[in-house]
Design a protein around this ligand. Structure first.
Ligand SMILES: Nc1nc2c(ncn2[C@@H]2O[C@H](COP(=O)(O)OP(=O)(O)OP(=O)(O)O)[C@@H](O)[C@H]2O)c(=O)[nH]1
Ligand SMILES: Nc1ncnc2c1ncn2[C@@H]1O[C@H](COP(=O)(O)OP(=O)(O)O)[C@@H](O)[C@H]1O
Ligand SMILES: [Mg+2]
Length: 151
């Protein structure tokens, strides 16, 4: 009997443009589950400028940093913890490339192709590495400990 691969966890954000339409988050969550990603945690949030600058600190100084923080503090959004054997890759494959215009050309079935508005307002976030997933989950869900779930 092959040993089961341990579950992997990732942080997903449904950004303010998605959450501005109350019909969309439930629809997106159905799509997430249909792709065999488990939704372990979810919560609505409204960020301050300081929260946005802390989370996206890696992009400070880039030309889009201010507009990114302005977008992410423009309204309520939703944070989720997703799990599957390859949750990081699975969720990033489902949301597609960063730039919606490119997504519509190269990956038309992805969520950013379907819902993304502009390069900044691209509707979704997904952790891009196991270490970032750990940090990003901790950022939003202080009481969620990956190790406890992997026992
Ligand atoms: N390198 C560089 N690219 C830029 C700059 N300003 C805009 N762009 C690029 O041009 C794209 C389109 O610009 P915008 O029309 O402002 O689109 P956007 O920033 O995604 O849209 P907003 O949601 O309005 O911020 C941006 O996403 C960037 O990829 C800049 O100052 N430097
Ligand atoms: N060239 C750009 N123009 C405008 N906004 C951008 C650009 N690149 C990235 N962003 C914004 O910054 C966020 C973080 O960028 P990055 O980590 O490179 O992409 P991803 O979210 O796909 O991991 C993106 O989701 C997007 O909202
Ligand atoms: Mg990123």
């Amino acid at each position: 009997m092959a040993a089961r691969k341990p579950l992997q966890y990732t942080l997903a954000l449904l950004k303010p443009d998605i959450c501005a339409n109350p019909l969309l988050p439930p629809k997106i969550i159905d799509t997430i589950r249909a792709r065999e990603l488990n939704v372990l945690e979810q919560k609505p949030l409204l960020w301050s400028q300081a929260d946005a600058e802390a989370f996206y600190g890696e992009h400070r100084g880039k030309f889009f940093f201010e507009r990114l923080c302005g977008y992410m503090t423009s309204g309520p959004f939703m944070a989720l913890v997703l799990s599957s054997p390859n949750a990081i890759k699975d969720w990033r494959a489902l949301i597609g490339p960063t730039h919606p215009v490119r997504a519509r050309i190269n990956a038309p079935d992805t969520l950013r192709a379907l819902y993304g508005l502009t390069d900044t307002r691209n509707s979704f976030h997904g952790s891009d590495s196991p270490e970032n997933a750990r940090q990003e989950i901790e950022f939003f869900f202080k009481d969620f400990h990956i190790d406890a779930h992997q026992k």
